[in-house]
Design a protein around this ligand. Structure first.
Ligand SMILES: [Ca+2]
Length: 268
């Protein structure tokens, strides 16, 4: 019977010794900042070669779903400014598409430059000055109608499991267990409990579903479950296997899940 259980994917966590078992899969979801009625630029980052570089990000979602990086004063040689969507470690773009527009004055260099549809695996643009002194009031580059797909390929972290369920000795009656999880990519979507491989209960976070942000769900989540050890999932007079699990967010593919696997002796 135990061998049969071990053939089940989730059971691999249970048949082994007590411990935390991450299962990195691949969850996918859409990322469309400044679109679908959202005014969020969704985690855009800007950098410059030094704090005095004269640039600004304008038209952030307010004009035709456009995000624009623009010069607005004198630039010295080798100065630059960038705007970029930097994903957190453990996630990546599997598709990026947007409309590019740009305009360069004097010796300003823009990358990428030109106008038109751009398809790739990233979202970044750079403005720089190639000579000693670019007096540019209005060089710019913009992303419009950004559409991307993000892959989260990293399992969440199980962050704790306090409560009365794991007090020393035989377990009976209703006991509590607090499940805590963390995920630094798409965020924590769901916390759930398995008892002897059977679903006992779950808690689903209220995540953003309009695709306007890189991390739709909270990076930290916790929930306390009340487990009635007289319920059908428990076996009386023997060791029971309890998995405390955390899953991240996905729309297609498979969520990444990490479970902490515990054992208790139950007798009511
Ligand atoms: Ca993740």
């Amino acid at each position: 019977m135990r061998l049969v259980r071990c053939m089940v994917v989730v059971a691999a966590m249970v048949c082994g010794a007590v411990g935390v078992a991450p299962q990195a899969q691949a969850g996918f979801y859409e990322f469309t900042p400044c679109r679908s009625g959202s005014s969020s630029t969704g985690g855009l980052t800007t950098e410059a070669s030094w704090s005095g570089v004269n640039f600004t990000v304008v038209n952030t979602c307010s004009s035709n779903s456009t995000i624009k990086l623009r010069t607005h004063q004198y630039w010295n040689a080798s100065e630059w400014a960038t705007m970029e969507y930097k994903l957190f470690p453990g996630m990546r773009f599997t598709r990026t598409e947007y409309w590019l527009d740009s305009f360069a004055e004097e010796a300003i260099t823009i990358s990428p430059s030109g106008s038109g549809f751009v398809s790739g695996l990233g979202l970044s643009a750079k403005i720089s000055c190639a000579i000693w002194g670019c007096n540019s009031l209005n060089s710019w580059v913009s992303f419009r109608d950004v559409s991307a797909t993000i892959e989260d390929y990293t399992a969440p972290e199980y962050a704790g499991g306090s409560g009365t369920m794991f007090n020393p000795g035989t377990v009976s009656g209703t006991r509590t267990v607090k499940v805590e999880g963390a995920d630094g990519q798409s965020g924590v979507r769901r916390l759930f409990v398995l008892v002897n491989l059977q679903p006992y209960g779950g808690f689903t976070e209220a995540c953003t579903t309009n695709s306007s942000v890189m991390s739709p769900c909270p990076q930290l989540s916790s929930n306390t479950f009340n487990l009635n050890t007289t319920s059908a999932q428990f076996r009386q007079g023997e060791t029971n296997y309890i998995s405390l699990c955390v899953s991240d967010y996905h729309v297609t593919g498979t969520a990444n899940t990490t479970c902490d696997n515990r054992q208790v002796y139950v007798n009511n």
